[in-house]
Design a binder for this molecule. Structure first.
Ligand code: IPD
Ligand code: CA
Length: 268
């Protein structure tokens, strides 16, 4: 594939956009409860919208003719021959609302169905994860790698406990993750979960329902750190079921959770 721009140029803007979005949120930490909508399964925060505006302004200043797919905007169909910036201004909004520092800002560029660059900035933890499709994954400038765990029974697996998965499956799925792993975890920010797999702190992450903007940047960071990212099923409006692992436990993880996934799929 002939790249439309040097990946270093795209990466610099992706990291800047995510950093500035995070800085805006950090400057407004006193507004943690300032949400437009609070429900059991989701929170729409005013800072989601504001941080997205900050990120999009940064992108538009550098690449005014590129396309945008952003969580807080209308979601048009992707034109795969145009560079598309995929933006999640706050991943982990519910955590943020409660004061838990596990939230992040995620920016990726996709072109011809491939993620070219990704940046995930975790402001309260002072972590910046980055990758280009032709370079290593990094955290705060240092190269990162996935864990060497080979036995699923000894793996730390994260999941999302997504409430919109139908019927009893959210909790059946959590239980299955708990049974197959050494320890299950629900951290609450998919992009950070996957970056933690990329940096060897978790061995895998599985999710029945997640959006492209939650995982686009982190999926590239994981793959460039030696891990495996697999979309199990795609749904309308950029929603999908995914497994993200260190690679070594991928097949074990897949075979242990597929029977349950198949039941979920049969109902969706
Ligand atoms: C959510 C987080 C969470 C995952 C949910 C996502 P948001 O993203 O990534 O970990 O379990 O499915 O929707 O709404 O905070 O951007
Ligand atoms: Ca979000």
């Amino acid at each position: 594939m002939i790249l439309p721009h040097p990946t270093t140029q795209l990466q610099a803007v992706a990291t800047l956009a995510a950093t500035r979005a995070g800085q805006h949120v950090m400057a407004n930490l006193h507004r943690r409860l300032d949400a437009n909508m609070v429900a059991r399964d989701d929170i729409k925060h005013k800072l989601d919208v504001e941080a997205q505006e900050v990120a999009l302004a940064t992108i538009a200043a550098a690449f005014p003719h590129h396309a945008i797919l952003a969580e807080e905007s209308e979601h048009d169909a992707l034109d795969h021959d145009t560079c598309t910036w995929i933006v999640d201004p706050i991943d982990g909004t519910v955590n943020f609302f409660h004061g838990l520092p596990i939230w992040c800002c995620s920016v990726a560029v996709q072109y011809q169905r491939q993620i070219l660059v990704g940046a995930v900035v975790v402001p309260e933890m002072q972590l910046t994860f980055e990758a280009t499709c032709d370079g290593p994954a990094r955290c705060n400038g240092r190269t990162i790698q996935v864990s060497q765990t080979t036995d699923l029974k000894m793996a730390m697996l994260a999941t999302g406990a997504d409430r919109s998965t139908p019927g009893p499956y959210t909790f059946a799925f959590m239980r299955q993750v708990a049974e197959i792993a050494q320890r299950p975890r629900i951290l609450g920010a998919a992009a950070l979960d996957i970056c933690l797999v990329a940096s060897g702190k978790l061995d895998g992450y599985v999710e029945t329902g997640i959006y492209l903007w939650d995982v686009a940047a982190a999926s590239l960071i994981l793959q460039r750190a030696g891990g495996t990212f697999e979309v199990l099923k795609q749904y309308p409006n950029y929603r999908m079921s995914v497994i993200a692992t260190n690679g070594q436990i991928h097949d074990q993880c897949r075979s242990q959770i597929m029977p349950l996934f198949n039941e979920v799929f049969a109902t969706t």
